[in-house]
Design a protein around this ligand. Structure first.
Ligand SMILES: [Zn+2]
Length: 63
């Protein structure tokens, strides 16, 4: 996750954190980011549902 972005409603689903923030146009975006070391998965989604689904179905490529 980009450290200087502020996230609201952060939840943790397995190793993945999902948070809502605003992009530089003031629109909501939803980010899923894996906290596992060496994974590095991070993606932005238009909807909270999509971000949480991605978090739930995420599999780390590295164990
Ligand atoms: Zn991962």
């Amino acid at each position: 996750m980009t450290p200087n972005r502020r996230f609201r409603n952060v939840v943790r689903i397995g190793p993945v954190r999902v948070g809502t923030s605003y992009d530089n146009r003031g629109r909501e975006q939803h980010t899923a980011a894996c906290t596992a070391p060496r994974c590095g998965f991070s993606a932005d989604y238009d909807s909270r549902t999509a971000a949480e689904l991605a978090a739930r179905t995420h599999r780390c490529p590295v164990r």
